[in-house]
Design a protein around this ligand. Structure first.
Ligand code: NAD
Length: 357
C-alpha cells in the first residue's frame, strides 16, 4: 500500500504529521513517501506541482494531502499560485468524485451554529462532481461585448457544460454510496433556469432507474441551501455539480461545529484517491501548534476505506476520534467551557493512545 504524503503549506505540515503518526500506529504495511507541494514546492523548485511530486502521486495507491496556499504567494501569476497544485492533481489523476461527509459528533453539538436539535445525529454525505462544470468549461475569457445589454463594453465569460458520461459516472457514485447508507439521493440542480442542469436532472433520473432500491428526489440549489440550515437531517446523500457542490459543502461544514473536523476524499474511476481536510492552510494560525488535526486524521480513515480496502482500520481510527472527543479533549477551534484544551500534537497523541485502548 503506497501512500504519497503531500503536507503542503501553513498548518498542512502540522496536521499531516499527526495523521501519519496515527497511520504508523496501525502497524499495517504502508510505504509512505513525502514530497513538496504548493507554496513550499514553488519556493524550492519554482512550481507548485513539480513533475516529481505529480509522478509520486500518480504511482501511489492514495495521496494524503494537507493544504496549500499562503498570502505571500497572492501576487504570483495564477498558474504558479499554490492552489494550482490541487487543481493539477485533480485533473491529472482524474479525480472526478469528491466525497464530503458532514457528521456532527455528539460532544460537538453545542459548537454548531445551529440549534442542537437540528444537528444532533446529523450524518449527511455531499458528493460533488469535481472535474467539470463552469470551473473547467471552454471557452472562457474577457472580450469586448458585441451584443447583450452593453455592446462595446468590456465583459468576461465562463462556459457551463456537462457531458452525459460525466453526469452518469457521478450519479452512479452517488447511488452506490446511498445504497450503503440511508438509500436516499437528492440531486441538486438549477433545472428551472439552466439547460446544463435540466440535462443533469434528466441524466440523473435515467441512471436512477438502475437503482430501484434508492429513493431519488430533485431540488433546486437555492432551496437546497435553505433546507441545509432549516432541516439538514432530511438529507442522506446530496449529489451535485462542481460549483453548487463547492458552495453547499462549505455551508454544510459549519453545521458540524468546525471546519477543522471535516475530512474529504476525491476519487477517480479506479478508486485511487486524494484525501485531505476540507479546510485550507490557515496561515493565520500556522506554526502555533493549535490547528485541529482531526479532519486530516479522519481523511486518513477515508483513505483506508476507499483506496486501501482496510475497512476495519478505518473504523478503528473513527472510533479513536470519537473516544478523544468523549474524553473532552479539544483543540482551540472546538474548545468550550469544561473541556480540556490540547495542542495539535497532543490531539494526535491522544488519538494514537485511543487506538490501542
Ligand atoms: P482556511 O480554511 O485555511 O481558514 C479559514 C479559517 O478556519 C481560519 O480562521 C483558520 O484559522 C480556520 N481553520 C482552518 N483549518 C483549521 C484547523 N484545522 N484547525 C483550526 N482552525 C482552522 O481558509 P482561508 O483562510 O480562506 O484560506 C487560507 C489559504 O488556504 C488560502 O491560500 C487558500 O487559497 C487556501 N486553501 C487551500 C485549500 C486546499 O489546499 N485544498 C482549500 C481552501 C483554501
Amino acid at each position: 500500500m503506497k501512500i504519497a504524503v503531500l503536507p503542503g503549506d501553513g498548518i498542512g505540515t502540522e496536521i499531516v504529521a499527526e495523521a501519519v503518526k496515527v497511520l504508523q500506529a496501525l502497524d499495517l504495511p504502508f510505504e509512505m513517501e513525502t514530497a513538496l507541494v504548493g507554496g513550499a514546492a514553488y519556493a524550492a523548485h519554482g512550481h507548485p506541482l513539480p513533475e516529481a511530486t505529480l509522478a509520486l502521486a500518480k504511482q501511489a495507491d492514495a495521496v494524503l494531502f494537507g493544504a496549500v496556499g499562503d498570502w505571500k504567494y497572492d501576487k504570483l501569476e495564477r498558474h504558479l499560485r499554490p492552489e494550482q497544485a490541487i487543481l493539477g492533481l485533480r485533473k491529472n489523476l482524474g479525480l472526478f468524485a469528491n466525497f464530503r461527509p458532514a457528521i456532527c459528533h455528539e460532544p460537538l453539538v453545542a459548537a454548531s451554529s445551529l440549534k442542537p436539535e437540528l444537528v444532533s445525529g446529523l450524518d449527511i454525505l455531499i458528493i460533488r462532481e469535481l472535474t467539470g462544470d463552469i470551473y473547467f468549461g471552454q471557452p472562457r475569457g474577457r472580450r469586448v461585448a458585441t451584443d447583450g445589454l452593453f455592446p462595446g463594453a468590456e465583459e468576461a465569460f465562463d462556459t457551463m457544460r456537462y457531458s452525459k458520461p460525466e453526469i452518469e459516472r457521478i450519479a452512479h457514485v452517488a447511488f452506490q454510496a446511498a445504497r450503503k447508507r440511508g438509500k436516499r439521493v437528492t440531486s441538486v440542480d438549477k433545472a428551472n433556469v439552466l439547460e446544463t442542469f435540466q440535462f443533469w436532472k434528466d441524466v440523473v433520473s435515467e441512471v436512477g432507474l438502475q437503482y430501484p432500491d434508492v429513493a431519488l428526489d430533485h431540488m433546486y440549489v437555492d432551496n437546497a441551501a435553505m433546507q441545509l440550515v432549516k432541516a439538514p437531517k432530511k438529507f442522506d446523500v446530496i449529489v451535485t455539480g462542481n460549483m453548487f457542490g463547492d458552495i453547499l459543502s462549505d455551508q454544510a461544514s459549519m453545521l458540524t461545529g468546525s471546519i477543522g473536523m471535516l475530512p474529504s476524499a476525491s476519487l477517480n474511476a479506479s478508486n485511487q484517491g486524494l484525501y485531505e481536510p476540507s479546510h485550507g492552510s490557515a496561515p493565520d494560525i500556522a506554526g502555533q501548534g493549535i490547528a485541529n488535526p482531526l479532519a486530516t486524521i479522519l481523511s486518513a480513515a477515508m483513505m483506508l476505506r476507499f483506496s486501501l480496502n482496510q475497512e476495519a482500520a478505518a473504523q478503528r481510527i473513527e472510533t479513536a476520534v470519537k473516544t478523544v472527543l468523549a474524553q473532552g479533549l479539544r483543540t482551540a477551534d472546538i474548545f468550550s467551557e469544561g473541556s480540556t484544551r490540547v495542542s495539535t500534537v497532543e490531539m494526535g497523541n491522544a488519538v494514537v493512545r485511543a487506538l490501542s485502548s
